[in-house]
Each structure stands twice: as C-alpha cells, then as structure tokens.
Design a protein around this ligand. Structure first.
Ligand code: HEC
Length: 117
C-alpha cells in the first residue's frame, strides 16, 4: 500500500525533528513541521479502498490525521518563535496522535490489506 511509504516518510521526518530539537535548530524544525502537517496522501484509488474499508470509522481515522496536522502546525509555529518548550509540547502531541491512530487502526489495516490477499 502507498500509505506505507507516506508513513515511512512521516517516521523519518519525526526522527529528524527529534535530532533538530536536541540541537535547538528551530529553523530546521520549522522546515520539517509542515512536511509532517501536510504529508502526502495515497493515490485516489487507494484512498477509496481505505475509506470503503473504514466505513463508519472513517471520521475517527480522519480525526487522528487532523490531530497530527494541527499538532505539527503548532510545532512549526512554536519553532518559528524559537519557543523550545512549546515545540516539545507540540511534538509530544503530534506523537500521541500518531500513536492513537496506530493503536486504533494499524493492526486491522495490516490484516485487511496484507494478510487477506
Ligand atoms: C490516520 C491514521 C494514522 C496516523 C494519524 C498516523 N499513522 Fe502511521 N500508520 C497508519 C497505518 C494504517 C499504518 C500501517 C500502514 C501499512 O503498513 O501499510 C501505519 C504505519 C506507520 C509506520 C510503519 C511503516 C512500515 O514500514 O511498516 C510508521 C513508521 C508510521 N506509521 C509513522 C507515523 C507517524 C510518525 C505518524 C505521526 C506523525 C503517523 N504514522 C500517523 C496510520 C496512521
């Protein structure tokens, strides 16, 4: 699934943010944050497949994606202000949103799209 490469990129960008925070490189955090907030999406066909599978849970799934978007955006804003504490708080919120979606959907997603072929 194309979603996996989207996720791998998100994982790499989040790791890069961790490194930048450790060095207080707020300009770099400000560059990386929008890549996380406005990450790529799978092609339309795959999106439709995923939404079809989600059914009534689609809103919940999209909600987690929205949380990532909002948290990563405020991380970028905080980085532009050079406000390290706020960057870290927003980073934590971002990571919590990744985790929340993974805990709700990752296992069943993998079962649906990788094991049942
Ligand atoms: C809306 C739901 C959702 C959100 C939000 C989300 N993920 Fe995921 N993520 C998934 C699903 C579903 C998979 C399984 C995809 C697959 O294996 O094809 C996954 C898998 C992954 C993987 C494993 C990829 C692999 O190679 O097996 C990584 C890394 C990852 N996500 C990182 C992140 C990060 C970092 C964030 C937050 C910035 C995030 N994800 C937010 C749904 C989400």
């Amino acid at each position: 699934m194309a979603l996996r490469s989207v996720m791998e990129k998100l994982g790499r960008d989040m790791q890069a943010v961790t490194g930048a925070i450790s060095k207080e490189e707020w300009t770099l955090v400000a560059e990386l944050a929008p890549r996380i907030a406005k990450h790529a999406e799978p092609p339309l066909g795959e999106k439709m497949r995923i939404l079809g599978w989600l059914g009534t849970d689609a809103g919940k799934f999209r909600g987690f994606d929205g949380q990532v978007h909002d948290a990563a955006s405020s991380m970028g804003d905080a980085a532009k202000r050079g406000d390290g504490q706020a960057v870290i708080a927003a980073f934590s919120k971002t990571q919590q949103s990744c985790l929340a979606c993974h805990q709700s959907f990752r296992q069943s997603f993998m079962k649906q799209f990788y094991e049942s072929r």
